[in-house]
Design a protein around this ligand. Structure first.
Ligand code: NDP
Ligand code: MG
Length: 384
């Protein structure tokens, strides 16, 4: 097996599960970025064949840490893709951002299983991802908790009997803030999630609901359901991850504690169910689960997601790239919290004529070109 993005939040949760039964897994490649200490430590502990940092500048540090271990060391984006292409029956795709797409595509060329946490892959390139899996006989298993929940609710069901898919949202750090205060939200405030312990970028995306916006698009792309059948609802306790409604009125809910090791463990043991060390819920102690409708004015990202789902083509790549740059801008202090959504909207408006029609067959080059242009446009927008 291989773990792409091994040093991140999802990567570390994946390694936590593997380390509980190391004899069961043959670790081929671990990849990371700046955190070479963690990468080297895990590569040694799990006896990986190769450890790769995506940053050329981190090569020497990683080499020094792994000297004498016999573990191969490499650096750079191309090296990450090369390592992803080494034969492995199961690959965790947990790099953050659009950078996760090319290694995930390469991994599928071996025909194994791609456990997909990298939601940007589906948002930017859903049809290409599914076509690549089909062409090579690879299996994609969703790891985003909501999509793992939908996937589990659909086992043994006929998609034709699905009426709606409800993706729950915690509402993020600012769900109870007066809306006029959002403009003053600080980086620190946006970086703390009420329920989930995740990487900083996805935590901020949860506060702005860009994360949920991406998950709506992911749902459309992965399960192939019509956008009109996809809903989201605020569920502050984050215990129900998703629900699937069927034609007979049944609503199947997936309930579990907010711990990504559940969805990762499901993908690791699929099609069986293994033993996964997540907390068992005490429903009596939990007492109640609550729900409320999302407020579109508070979360403009949701309307942008609807636009992407209707437009298809390159709109997902444009949306995601603009969002990544806007998020960089917020993290660097160049723009405020609410400006992120307006940057994305302006870039989408500006590039609307570059966005191919829904069914055009898109290549990785098309997607990378749109991604690049959207980043340039987003930077221009933020410089104004
Ligand atoms: P983190 O930021 O915690 O980790 C990202 C990983 O990618 C790290 O290993 C990092 O290396 C590496 N990395 C960073 N930049 C690059 C790059 N340009 N090229 C290659 N590798 C890179 O992210 P998360 O674990 O939070 O998220 C990973 C993915 O999973 C994202 O797509 C996210 O949306 C998705 N996801 C995450 C969830 C969560 O609970 N965290 C839940 C559902 C989905 P280093 O840290 O060493 O620099
Ligand atoms: Mg999620």
């Amino acid at each position: 097996m291989t773990v792409l993005g091994a040093t991140g939040s999802i990567g570390q949760s994946t390694l936590d599960l593997i380390a509980r039964a190391p004899e069961a897994y043959d670790v081929v490649a671990l990849t990371g970025g700046r955190n070479v200490e963690q990468l080297a430590k895990d590569a040694i502990a799990l006896n990986a064949d190769i450890a790769v940092t995506c940053f050329d500048g981190c090569f020497d540090a990683l080499s020094a840490l792994l000297a004498g271990t016999g573990i191969e060391v490499a650096a750079g984006d191309a090296a990450v893709i090369e390592a992803a292409g080494r034969p492995a029956d199961w690959t965790m795709s947990a790099i953050i951002g659009a950078a996760g797409l090319p290694p995930g595509l390469r991994a599928m060329e071996n025909g194994g299983t791609l456990a997909l946490a990298n939601k940007e892959s589906l948002v930017t390139a859903g049809p290409l991802l599914l076509a690549t899996a089909k062409a090579h006989g690879a299996t994609i298993l969703p790891v985003d908790s909501e999509h793992s929940a939908v996937f589990q609710a659909l086992v043994g069901e006929d998609l034709a009997a699905v009426e709606r898919v409800i993706i729950t949202a915690s509402g993020g750090a600012f769900r109870d803030w007066p809306i006029e205060e959002l403009a003053n939200a600080t980086l620190e405030q946006a970086s703390s999630h009420p329920n989930w312990d995740m990487g900083q970028r996805i935590t901020i995306d949860s506060a702005s609901m860009f994360n949920k916006a991406m998950e709506l698009i992911e749902t459309k792309e992965f399960f192939g359901v019509a956008p009109s059948m996809i809903e989201t609802i605020i569920h502050p306790e984050s215990m129900i991850h998703a629900m699937v409604g069927f034609t007979d009125g049944a609503l199947m809910a997936h309930v579990g504690p907010p711990d990504m090791r559940h969805a990762i463990g499901y993908a690791l043991h699929w099609p069986e169910r293994g033993h996964v060390p997540v907390e068992r819920l005490d429903l009596a102690q939990l007492g109640q689960l609550t729900f409320r409708a999302p407020d579109d004015a508070r979360y403009p990202a949701l309307a942008l997601a609807r636009r992407v789902m209707e437009q298809g083509g390159l709109s997902g790549a444009v949306f995601n790239a603009a969002k990544e740059r806007a998020l960089d801008g917020f993290i660097d202090g160049r723009i405020g919290f609410v400006t992120m959504a307006s940057v994305v909207e302006r870039v989408m408006d500006n590039m609307s004529s570059d966005i191919s029609p829904q069914n055009a067959t898109l290549t990785l080059e098309d997607i990378e070109q749109a991604d690049h242009l959207a980043r340039v446009r987003a930077d221009e927008c933020m410089a104004q």
